[in-house]
Write a protein that binds this ligand. Structure first.
Ligand code: SF4
Ligand code: SF4
Ligand code: SF4
Length: 379
């Protein structure tokens, strides 16, 4: 698996989708299960009540018809789901996983962090139009599904989450197989392979990779460039508002220290977070001393310390997926703040989280020639 950005040479096949893209994807997965290429499929599905979506590991292929490859919300970050299935080893089951690009990137980061085993996993991504803010969706699920479908038809991201509107990696291929809907003719889409594993799967499915994907690449390039421009502008504005410790304190002033943002983050994988441990619980005299030295102390304490600690621990692997912002009960733009910090920290190492399995995590490699900018800034 390696970086497969639009300008690199991928191979593709045009797939006819007269009954819609969703049905065509399900047909391909069913065929793959019939042929024993996959024993199971991990894919989003609508919950029985119809008002949300969940990742489901499907062994009975007749259930695939209920699958929802591109749900309107991200109720669980897919990286979490893959990690739950494979954290304790690869197992014997060959599993296809269908996810959005940011979820696949999180899965790749988790693999580098020893939290997933991808040997028997085939990662399948789809061009992603974004997802709705979970609070908007929950206010009227039925209406939201309709609005989402209309927005996807027009590829209009105005109703999507703020991080999705500035996601320049929504078609980035870092898994094994990618489903490209952009630039495709009516009633068709592209299947693109980007690894030997992907080639082998498509070969067994008799899908010949012989078609040009130039129109997909051209469309992806336009959209990615537009979004990158918007990302730089929006995050620059955000930095001007919350840069510096005082502004950062203000940004998190409404934080209630619930740690939801950490619990839903695919990259925050520690079983026991330091900030949930006894190490941050102190005897009452300590709090009284702190209250005495400052005049008062706010409870729950150390909210900003938690955010800064989390940033230091995981910003190099943050994939800007937005799960933390969706989970924040106080509507703090957590994902935008973390994306802003991640762009800076990852930029320092010329690293893009989840871009490639072959790219080592910056903090486990030592390069003699790096970080001169930081030295210069400190001179
Ligand atoms: S951040 Fe949003 S637009 Fe980007 S891949 Fe994830 S869900 Fe899609
Ligand atoms: S910090 Fe937020 S945006 Fe970044 S990976 Fe975690 S949940 Fe996603
Ligand atoms: S989810 Fe929101 S309120 Fe809860 S700890 Fe995170 S930033 Fe604070």
């Amino acid at each position: 698996m390696s970086i497969s950005e639009p300008d690199l040479k991928n191979k593709g096949a045009i797939i006819s989708a007269k009954l819609g893209t969703k049905q065509a994807i399900i047909d391909i997965l069913e065929k793959a299960m019939d042929k024993g290429i996959f024993d199971a499929v991990l894919i989003p599905m609508r919950v029985p009540a119809g008002d949300s979506f969940a990742y489901v590991l499907i062994k009975d292929k007749s259930l695939l018809k209920e699958a929802f490859p591109l749900p309107p919300v991200m109720s669980v970050q897919g990286g979490h789901a893959v990690s739950s299935v494979t954290r304790l080893g690869k197992g014997k089951t060959k599993i296809a996983v269908v996810m959005r690009p940011c979820e696949i990137r999180a899965t790749i980061e988790l693999s580098k962090l020893g939290q997933t085993n991808l040997e028997n996993i085939t990662l399948i991504s789809i061009d992603c139009p974004g997802v709705l803010p979970i609070s908007d969706f929950l206010s009227d699920p039925k209406k939201s599904i309709k609005l989402f479908d209309d927005a996807v038809q027009k590829w209009d991201d105005k109703i999507m989450r703020p991080v999705c509107q500035i996601c320049d990696k929504s078609s980035m291929i870092t898994g094994d197989i990618h489903i490209g809907t952009l630039g495709a003719k009516k009633d068709s889409f592209f299947i693109i392979s980007s690894s030997q594993k992907g080639n082998d799967v498509l070969d067994k499915l008799d899908i010949a990779l012989k078609d040009s994907i130039d129109s997909w690449e051209a469309k992806v390039k336009i959209i990615s460039e537009e979004k990158l421009k918007k990302r730089k502008k929006n995050l620059k504005e955000l930095k001007s508002k919350i840069g510096g410790i005082d502004n950062l304190l203000d940004a998190f002033s409404q934080c209630i220290n619930c740690h939801n943002c950490m619990r839903v983050c695919p990259i925050c994988y520690c079983r026991l977070c330091y900030f949930d441990s006894d190490k941050v619980k102190h005897p009452s005299e300590d709090y009284l001393q702190r209250a005495e030295s400052k005049g008062s102390i706010r409870f729950l304490p150390d909210t900003t310390l938690f955010q800064m600690g989390r940033m230091m621990h995981m910003s190099l692997s943050c994939v800007s997926c937005g799960a933390c912002e969706d989970a924040c009960p106080m509507s703090i733009p957590v994902a935008q703040i973390f994306s802003m910090v991640a762009d800076d920290t990852q930029g320092l190492f010329d690293y893009v989280s989840g871009r490639s399995l072959d790219e080592p995590l910056p903090l486990v490699t030592y390069k003699e020639e790096e970080l001169h900018e930081v030295e210069d800034a400190n001179d």
